[in-house]
Design a protein around this ligand. Structure first.
Ligand code: HEM
Ligand SMILES: *[C@@H]1O[C@H](CO)[C@@H](O)[C@H](O)[C@H]1NC(C)=O
Ligand SMILES: *[C@@H]1O[C@H](CO)[C@@H](O)[C@H](O)[C@H]1NC(C)=O
Length: 499
């Protein structure tokens, strides 16, 4: 009897051990290097609870020390995982969504905000929304944005800037840019005015912020149970706004259809809501999806403008070069009510290489989505040989990858737009795997072109007309804790007109 017990016990231990070694993260049968600064029990968990810039600095330090090597990290309550940096690994991960994708860690935290929208969806539900998005972001809608929506949004912004310039008041450019993108996204996605004072905007911003905090608060189910009243109210407000928007779109559709019967013309069903309603009969899916587009585009784009202006204020030579370049090329360009009359053709990267280089350089150093956390959906072997058992966490820090000397050269830490230009001044692009700011593969950002058009429109109009000056503290802005990259405390500056 005793013998039997000893035998059984050893067998259990043996199978457990062999299983646990087989299931461990490894390369060539050996454990891989761990990222530095691991604490007993806590692993690297405390790093993720630190302020954002400390976490990013740590990722940058790891990258400097170990180059493109894949490192192990451990965070309590999560399966063990790796940090990847090598573009070869990143390409593999981004192209194989069935192997590595957003796991329950991310989904369970963002579910009540994103619902069935494209950001959380997979399979057919994702595909249909992706198709609607692709159709929406191509062709005539972007033309309408450049020719009608952007000039109107810019005029609103301009009158605000003029007022501050006249009165000599400082202005927070981050909130100015957020108003600008809310206006544009509201018109593009919903065909309505959505400024930051709209109750929906407030509720939505509050909910996004709180959902972002869940990633840094392991006890969030408890704290929200106790103090989550305001969050639940905000989520309810967002939900009821979604319902209203869909109902309004449905009414508009039947009115347009009826009118087209009378006029005998094809009805124009080309808004994002139309495309979604044609694909989904379930109204909650339509509402969730439209909300996801808004949420993916509004803050990221506004933040990219804030950091671009920040970088230009820190780098007067780069600012002067771009301003001179814009003046030289657009001096005699037609304008209307003080807004340049621009078409999509004017805004092709080939026509404005230095402007694009400057925007990309700001996106490189300040990527609006600074890091990603995904999970393996089955056992996976990365191209560098690293073996990852199912459910392993895969992290990549875009902020740190974009500062890698191995990718961007010895001066990767400094702001130098000309790194994006060849000797003849032509723009030289990078693959999504070396420059993962807009993600890559099948899940790459749908709004990239839209963001680039908005950026070029904005810079072409603002830089020749306004000068922004630094006030105390303008020169050392940091990122605020969030899933994206808001600037803590905004971007206060002075503004004056240039004649
Ligand atoms: C500079 C601005 C922007 C940046 C840096 C950016 C970056 C990204 C990134 C990194 C992803 C992948 C997210 C993930 O999988 O976790 C993404 C996805 C997405 N972006 Fe953007 N984005 C920007 C602007 C926009 C705009 C203006 C829109 C327009 C509405 C937009 C729509 C989307 C959508 C719909 C997805 C989901 C695609 C899918 O899952 O198939 N983005 N973006
Ligand atoms: C979204 O995420 C939640 C939480 O993991 C999951 O239960 C739900 O099925 C997901 N929805 C879709 C459409 O994938
Ligand atoms: C760089 O390439 C990507 C993907 O092919 C494209 O979407 C983007 O517009 C390009 N950027 C420029 C400035 O040409």
């Amino acid at each position: 009897m005793l013998w039997f017990l000893v035998l059984a016990f050893s067998l259990v231990i043996l199978t457990y051990r062999s299983k646990s070694t087989r299931r461990r993260i490894s390369r060539n049968g050996r454990p891989i290097k761990s990222a530095p600064d691991s604490l007993p029990l806590l692993g690297h968990g405390f790093k993720f609870l630190r302020p954002r810039h400390d976490l990013f600095d740590w990722f940058v330090a790891c990258q400097r020390q170990y180059g493109l090597e894949t490192l192990e990290i451990s965070v309590p309550t999560l399966p063990s995982g790796v940090v990847i940096t090598d573009p070869v690994n990143l390409e593999f991960v981004l192209k194989n969504e069935h192997l590595v994708s957003k796991g329950d860690f991310v989904k369970s935290r963002s579910w009540d905000l994103f619902g069935n929208g494209i950001i959380n969806a997979s399979g057919d539900l994702w595909k249909a929304q992706r198709k609607a998005g692709l159709k929406f972001f191509s062709g005539s809608n972007l033309e309408a944005m450049v020719e009608d929506v952007l000039p109107e949004a810019y005029l609103r912004m301009k009158s605000q800037l003029l007022k501050h310039a006249e009165e000599g008041m400082t202005i927070d450019m981050q909130s100015v840019f957020l108003d600008f993108t809310s206006f544009v996204m509201g018109h593009m996605a919903y065909d309505m005015n959505l400024d930051s004072s709209h109750p929906f905007s407030k509720a939505f911003d509050y909910a996004s912020d709180q959902v972002g905090r869940r990633f840094q608060n392991p006890l969030y189910p408890l704290t929200e149970f106790l103090f989550g009243f305001k969050l639940h109210r905000a989520l309810t407000e967002v939900e009821s706004f979604g319902k209203k928007i869909v109902a309004r779109a449905a009414q508009r559709r039947s009115r347009v259809a009826f009118e087209s019967l009378i006029t005998n013309e094809e009805p124009a069903f080309d808004t994002l809501m139309d495309l979604l309603m044609e694909r989904f009969s379930d109204r909650t899916i339509v509402a969730d999806s439209a909300l996801n587009f808004l949420s993916a585009g509004k803050d990221t784009t506004a933040q990219s403008f804030t950091w671009t202006f920040y970088a230009l204020m820190q780098n007067p030579e780069a600012l002067k070069a771009l301003r001179d370049d814009i003046r030289a090329h657009f001096l005699n360009h037609k304008s209307e009510h003080g807004v340049l009359k621009l078409s999509i053709a004017d805004l092709q990267p080939a026509n404005i290489p230095l402007l694009m280089a400057t925007y990309y350089e700001a996106l490189r150093l300040y990527p609006p989505i600074p890091f990603e956390i995904q999970q393996t959906q089955q056992d996976v072997r990365l191209p560098d040989g690293t073996f990852l058992p199912k459910d392993s966490v895969v992290v990549w820090c875009i902020w740190a990858i974009n500062r890698a000397k191995e990718i961007h050269g010895g001066d990767a830490a400094i702001f130098r737009p000309s790194r994006w230009l060849d000797e003849e001044g032509k723009f030289v692009n990078r693959t999504a795997f070396e420059f993962p700011v807009f993600n890559g593969g099948p899940r790459s950002c749908l709004g990239r072109k839209m963001a680039e058009l908005m950026a070029s429109f904005l810079l072409l109009n603002l830089l020749p007309s306004f000068e922004f000056g630094q006030v105390d503290g303008t020169s050392s802005r940091r990122a605020q804790n969030s899933l994206t990259l808001p600037m803590a405390g905004g971007l206060p500056c002075t503004v004056r007109t240039i004649s």
